[in-house]
Write a protein that binds this ligand. Structure first.
Ligand code: FAD
Length: 384
């Protein structure tokens, strides 16, 4: 059984490992678009950006692993097309036959046209190269304006402040992370960044960016910058799947077992929009843990496992001296109540989001033994 993996990020690498550990001895080809061994991205906005970790430490598996396990990893190789009828993937002049195909093409930063067309220095953060370039813009003489107060924006702010960079965050909502955490917990992150000297401009609309880096806001302010960092979310890299005729809607649509509309083809990680058996709805998760676990699960399904991927979404962040882990998903129906355990001002606490008494998500801040307990509580009733 020939298996082709298109991607070359975390989900792809974890799938390759699982295939070999699961006993698959036929061909495995990994088409990896970047000119790197598959690597993890979280350090790009944390240790690597802070200068505390070597970029090589983000590599998932060293080069020898692929050779030792007879995995044909082709870096700097982009899959151009999938022919479902012929059962082939095209990459340049190569035509690769597959019996099973895994799409692990990830996501890419959403672009802000106003910034791209401004002529000002603009940065996005997705790749190792992005992280290296961004790091060079840090320093006490430099002024960074970050558009978007999401996870990436806040982590970049924390790393930049560690290097004494002047940092302004422009966020269109009333609080950073408002949609993910709600006002009660998002306020904690706003306070954290203010306490570290970040100029937070909230409920702020960018109306224009000049070529000299001046950012204009709707309230009339004009903010000078040396670099504008855009962190306004990501979009799934689902073009290949769409062109092949697979069902696509905000990512590649997969069933509970991570199978696309063609059961020979699976998808995992940021690009997969899964019908989640526990949440009872579709969800596309753009986080590290899902890339790992879905990559593994998809490999097992390719080898014959007949079981749904039912792990709850999980993610983490590190900013300054705050470490946080979150399990669950509030979802489109929102929440009706938040329970905070502990004193946020102390720097360590837990929060649970409830919908009509049901715990839909939970997180801890600097309470590192709490994660499994939080995971166990999500999905239970708070009054029991
Ligand atoms: P990706 O990592 O995006 O890899 C997909 C790869 O496929 C890319 O290399 C791409 O070039 C390649 N590709 C695309 N199309 C093709 C093609 N046609 N042919 C060949 N190759 C192709 N998550 C957390 O939970 N916590 C964090 O703290 C955290 N921090 C992050 C910090 C940064 C800076 C970034 C960018 C992300 C962070 N994440 C974090 C998210 C996490 O890194 C992603 O969820 C994870 O990388 C997804 O893995 P993936 O394998 O699905 O996709």
């Amino acid at each position: 059984m020939n298996i082709v993996i298109v991607g070359g990020g975390l989900a792809a690498a974890k799938a390759a490992v699982e295939l070999r550990e699961g006993g698959h001895s036929d061909s495995v080809v990994v088409l990896a678009g970047e000119d790197h061994l598959p690597y993890e991205r979280p350090p790009l906005s944390k240790g690597v950006l802070l200068g505390q970790a070597d970029p090589d430490s983000a590599t998932v598996l060293d080069k020898d692993w692929y050779a030792d396990h007879d995995v044909d990893l082709r870096t700097a190789t982009t899959a151009d097309a999938i022919d479902l009828e012929a059962g082939t993937v095209h990459a340049g002049d190569d035509v690769l036959p597959f019996d099973r195909l895994l799409l692990a093409t990830g996501s890419r930063p959403r672009h802000l046209r106003m910034a791209d067309e401004s002529g000002a220095p603009v940065a996005y953060l997705r790749t190792l190269e992005d992280s290296r370039l961004l790091k060079e813009s840090f320093g006490a003489e430099n002024r960074l304006i970050i558009i978007g107060g999401g996870w990436i924006g806040l982590e970049v702010a924390a790393a930049a402040r560690a290097a004494d960079t002047h940092v302004t965050i422009v966020e269109s909502l009333e609080l950073p992370l408002l949609r993910v955490l709600g006002p009660e917990v998002a306020a904690h992150f706003a306070d954290l960044h203010r306490a570290h000297g970040v100029d937070l401009r909230l409920s702020a609309q960018v109306t224009g960016i000049d070529s000299d880096g001046t950012v204009h806001l709707a309230d009339g302010s004009a903010l000078a910058s040396d670099l504008v960092v855009v962190g306004v979310g990501v979009e799934p890299v689902d073009d290949l799947a769409r062109q092949a005729g697979l069902d696509v809607d905000n990512g590649v649509l997969v069933d509970e077992l991570l199978r696309t509309s063609d059961p020979r083809v699976l998808a995992a990680g940021d690009v997969a929009n899964q019908q989640h058996p526990v949440l009872g709805r579709r969800i596309r998760v753009e986080h590290w843990d899902t890339a790992i676990e879905q990559g593994r699960h998809a490999a097992r399904v390719m080898l014959g496992l007949d079981a749904a991927y039912d792990r709850l979404p999980y993610f983490f962040t590190d900013q300054y001296d705050l470490g946080m882990e979150y399990v669950g998903s509030i979802g489109p129906d929102g929440y009706t109540d938040v329970q905070i355990e502990g004193e946020p001002a102390s720097g360590a606490f837990r929060a649970y989001w409830l919908r009509d008494g049901l715990v839909v998500a939970g997180m801890h801040v600097n309470d590192w033994d709490a994660t499994e307990e939080i995971r166990a509580r999500v999905g239970t009733r708070a009054d029991h």
